[in-house]
Design a protein around this ligand. Structure first.
Ligand code: CU
Length: 726
């Protein structure tokens, strides 16, 4: 394929295939369904809700004859079918499904249904329970259905992941989020001892399930943000303390980006998201449309969203999330009781379900299908990758380095220029990998048209197999901190497969390394005087990632402040300027409305944490190595010089008699960390400076996006002040 070849007729192909009117679901009444672009989505995605393209339905039927068609519209809520709740009997260790017994690279990748939300309107989305085939089979090869939670429009199927919104910059929409889950309690065991899950305890005990949906990366007003305590239960029978409305306004006043929506309920996010509550929200703008029209990017017919998640299952195919003392941690020989101290059981009873420090599943699912296959033409595709996992970091490579891969976008939008990640020269070289932290998105153009490309190409994961990510050890993608990498022999070392079908029409996109994609991106990180402070920043904060223990002795990573000065007296009392703070401690981050701030975030823990700020798309100014001591291992750097304050020094050689924390040399910012970000991973022993604008008033949160950490207090509220407070 010649990248500079003259554009073929593809260039003039209409961006969207409009469906015949008879195929347009009448969601809004006559006035809207008659509108010229009421529902314009890819023909492939339109044929089989939830999102199996017609050819894929045939393939699915061929490979798993007994699999029920996902195209069948289930009742609004699942009735009857009492599914065995995994682990609901604390006395019987749960038998898990063996990932090695499951089909790999056989079942077609599901394509979520698309909702054309390019014009103003109110879109109704219902949160419902359904039984879905995730590609699992029993020992006889018969399909196993999994009870999941998903999203769906009225009259449409409920799917996990939910339907993909396609919205347009400048066209605000409203979404009426409805909780139509069965009033049968949670699908998974709930630990109500974690702080603030106790606020949802009463509704849970009565069978009600709190949910709240956050548009991740969205520039959303506080009341429409989907904050953790804005939850509500079925029929609004109860509401969280911050609840304002179920109908959210999304202004869409930001540039084209791959956003996503997911549940964010206080103390339940990890479980609600694990049950299936996540979906994509693709925002377009004039620039992104022009890039498609001019053939720079492949366009909607060759644009595929990929939600990558890990899961574990009981032997009968139900979702498994370890909670009870004897529950096995998937992929290991450890049990929950090995990572939760006896102190917890002494206080809460031997049968009490507990949160675990992190969750790692032993199956990889993409768009809700275990290890799927996608048939592709020998041409170019744009993939929107999302890591929707609880704790798992992926380090992604391809089985065939003849495929060329360009990075064109990150969390908050298109990069100024495309960056070649894999040059397609047939050799696996340094730097030819991508780190995908929880909640991260990457927009990538894959070129399958090279003459030497294998007929099948696997997307592989060489990230940590069953443990936290601690950063990279080298430019080859090897892991720091002695973490054991997954290999292609491990189930979790495989993500999905692309099979090249030369009979499919190929699209050639002109994007290559250095192609200008986004000239409108205003840099927030210019630092003309090179003092390490962005020119636009009116305030600089030092913040910290800490690791302590909760009242039951369980590991508890926390956020906090990290300014020069005395340590807070406890995690609820920010009377000093340094140290960890709980979610409900008084708010310490109060940017002024309209201001730009620089947040220097120091990771004092042993693991990497993906840090997410609501409301804003920030930019990374720099990363630096740091050095400190923690002799008593309390997760807080020591006051080594004994002056009663934590102080900082500059330099690679730490003199702990002088200062307590040393800020060393700059670390290169990776391609995945450039551009507009809403979530960025901070490795151990690292300080990362980000620059953010705060232009919406009110309450928001910033937090770790390892869901098990976020649910266990690694989250802080922040407030954007319309007027300066005293
Ligand atoms: Cu974390």
């Amino acid at each position: 394929m010649t990248k500079n070849a003259k554009r073929t007729s593809d260039a003039s192909r209409p961006y969207d295939q409009e469906l015949p009117e008879s195929d347009v679901p009448d969601l809004f009444g006559d006035d809207r369904s008659a509108a010229p672009f009421a529902v314009a989505r890819s023909a492939a995605a339109s044929l089989a809700a939830p999102g199996l393209a017609e050819d894929q339905v045939h393939a699915a039927v061929a490979t798993a004859p007994a699999a029920p068609s996902q195209a069948e519209d289930p009742p609004p809520t699942a009735q009857g079918s009492p599914c065995p709740t995994p682990g609901d009997d604390a006395d019987t260790p749960t038998q898990l499904l063996d990932p090695a017994s499951q089909p790999m690279f056989v079942n077609p990748l599901p394509r979520p249904e698309r909702i054309d939300a390019r014009r103003p309107g109110t879109y109704v989305i219902q949160i419902r329970q359904t039984d879905q085939w995730l590609g699992l089979v029993d020992e006889h090869g018969n399909p196993l259905l999994t009870t999941v939670w998903g999203y769906g429009q009225p009259g449409h199927a409920t799917t996990y992941p939910g339907p993909t919104f396609v919205a347009y910059e400048g066209q605000a929409i409203k979404v009426n989020w409805q909780n139509d889950l069965p009033v049968e309690g949670h699908l998974l065991p709930v630990d109500t001892t974690i702080h603030y899950a106790d606020s949802v305890k009463k509704p849970l005990e009565e069978g009600w399930v709190p949910t709240v949906t956050h548009l991740h990366g969205g520039h959303s007003p506080s009341g429409s943000d989907g904050l953790p305590e804005q939850w509500f239960t079925q029929h609004d029978s109860s509401r969280g303390p911050d609840f304002e409305d179920r109908i959210y306004t999304y202004p869409n006043d930001q540039e084209a980006a791959t956003l996503w929506y997911h549940d964010h309920t206080m103390g339940l996010t990890r479980l609600n998201a694990y049950a299936g509550l996540a979906g994509f929200y693709l925002l377009r703008d004039d620039n992104s449309q022009t890039l498609v029209r001019t053939g720079v990017l492949p366009g909607e017919q060759n644009e595929v969203e990929l939600a990558i998640q890990d899961r574990a299952f009981t032997a009968d195919g139900q979702l498994y999330y370890p909670a009870y003392k004897d529950d096995i941690l998937p992929g290991t020989t450890d049990r929950v009781g090995d990572v939760v101290p006896q102190q917890f059981y002494d206080a809460n009873g031997e049968d009490a379900p507990s949160a675990v420090p992190e969750f790692f599943g032993d199956h990889i699912v993409v768009n809700g299908m275990a290890w799927p296959n996608l048939d592709v033409a020998a041409g170019d595709y744009e993939f929107h990758l999302l890591n929707g996992s609880d704790s798992r970091f992926y380090v992604l490579k391809l089985s065939d380095p003849d495929v060329k891969v360009q990075l064109v976008g990150v969390d908050g939008g298109l990069l100024p220029e495309a960056i070649t990640i894999m040059d397609g020269d047939g050799a696996q070289e340094d730097g030819e990998f991508l780190v995908l932290a929880p909640a991260d998105r990457l927009d990538l153009v894959f070129e399958f048209g090279g003459a030497k490309v294998d007929p099948t190409v696997q997307l592989l994961n060489v990230g940590p197999a069953y443990e936290p990510f601690k950063g990279l050890a080298g430019p080859d993608g090897s892991l720091a901190g002695g973490a054991i990498a997954a290999t292609a022999d491990d189930p979790v070392g495989n993500v999905m497969q692309f099979t090249i079908d030369h009979t499919l029409p190929a699209t050639d996109a002109s994007v290559t390394g250095g192609t200008v994609l986004n000239t409108g991106l205003r840099s927030l990180v210019q630092d003309a005087d090179e003092d390490g402070i962005a020119d636009l920043a009116s305030n600089v904060r030092k913040l910290g990632l800490f690791e302590g223990v909760d009242e039951f002795g369980r590991i508890q990573p926390l956020l906090g402040t990290a300014e020069d000065g005395p340590v807070h007296s406890d995690t609820m009392t920010p009377d000093g300027t340094f140290g960890p703070l709980l979610y409900d401690a008084p708010v310490t981050e109060k940017p002024l409305l309209g201001s730009t701030e620089q947040w220097e975030i120091f990771n004092f823990t042993e693991d990497a944490h993906p840090i997410h700020l609501h409301q804003t798309q920030f930019q990374v100014l720099e990363k630096r190595s740091i050095d400190f001591e923690d002799e008593n291992e309390d997760g807080v750097p020591d006051d080594t010089n004994g002056d009663g304050r934590i102080t900082y020094g500059q330099g690679m050689v730490a003199d702990f008699a002088q200062n307590d924390i040393w800020i060393g040399d700059a670390i290169p910012v990776a391609p995945e960390e450039t551009g507009r970000q809403d979530t960025v991973s901070i490795s151990p022993g690292t300080m990362l400076s980000l620059v953010a604008q705060f232009d919406l008033p009110g309450d928001y949160v910033w937090h770790c996006h390892i869901l098990s950490h976020e649910d266990h207090e690694m989250m802080r509220q922040y407030q954007v002040l319309a007027t300066p407070s005293s």
